[in-house]
Design a protein around this ligand. Sequence first.
Ligand code: PLP
Length: 386
Amino acid sequence: MGTTVYLDNNATTAIDPEVLDAMQPFFTEKYGNPSSIHRFGGHVKRYVENAREQVASLIGASPDEVFFTSCGSESDNMALKGFAEVHGSKTTIVTSAVEHAAVLSTAKYLKGNGVSVVELGVDSEGMIDTSVFESLSITPDTLVSLMWANNETGVIFPIAKIAAEVKARGGYMHTDAVQAVGKVPIDVQKDMVDILALSGHKLHAPKGVGAIYIKKGTMLAPLLHGGHQEQGVRAGTENVPYIVGLGKACELAAKHIQEENTKVRKLRDKLEHALLEKCIGAKLNGRIDARLPNTTNISFEFIEGEAILLHLDESGIAASSGSACTTGSLEPSHVMRAMSIPYTFAHSSTRFSLSRFTTEAEIDKVIAVMPGIVDKLRKISPYVNR
Ligand code: PLP
């Protein structure tokens, strides 16, 4: 394909070769159904339970509080819809304007069905104002659903602090931790979270597998009805190879979490400092001191993000833009809009997201090509030449 530098790890990650190795036997000789009584089934069931322990261990949960799903979106859907179904017309969902569509669209769907939804704003650095919770009504029918870390900016919300407030007032705390798990330490017990969503493909496991943590005693109605798999919480024969892959990826994430915060952070900072210094009109989006170690989001004034991405792609570099083409025009993302990023900057928001497989040579390549791309695009920018 020609892409040699992959800096779009918040979109998806490469499968770790060790994860692939762990999965392989479950496509061939270990093909039993974990629910079967015979040895084929019993044999693979042990591996599913081992994976559950690996996932639980990464987030400080007990294995019987972890349930496998098909993706992060399913886990988020289950959290919100499952809660609303149990709490009925009394339900209130408190969320933020910068959540992933998996939460925002689910909240919108529930609102259309009569559920009360409160959407909190963020400041220009993408941070939530925790003081708003003091004036919010929180009852045992309130689910506060806030992401641990934002997929576009990497900004980390103070989930433990918010959860403590929510719990003290009898409410429930859900966090979409899809971008955070494996990158920053999480302990659901210490952090007082009731429900947490995670996804395999953001942490070097395959796409199509995720998990939901549900604290013991938290009632959620299932999305899928059927067999008794996953303690009846999520029907459907378990996707054993992918579950094994997710388990292995969580074990490896725990092993490498320090590296995320040293090696990966250092490379991210090198990239960020260089781009802010060398590219004219560059500005960082997001709170600098509360961010994922792998993510930087930078705007380059007067330039279209999509144009930057195409030029980067020509140089074999994959990144991501905060703007998406809607109805023929480029609109800044809902995250940039919620942060009130000025129009001339919001259009060029470019996200670089690293992983533990990113090398210094790759970062140096981006630093070498980016100033030229920015200069070239600014010269032809309709905004500048108008
Ligand atoms: N939540 C966040 C913050 C995400 O970044 C994503 C994926 O980009 C999701 C949820 C959805 O996860 P999945 O792709 O596994 O459905």
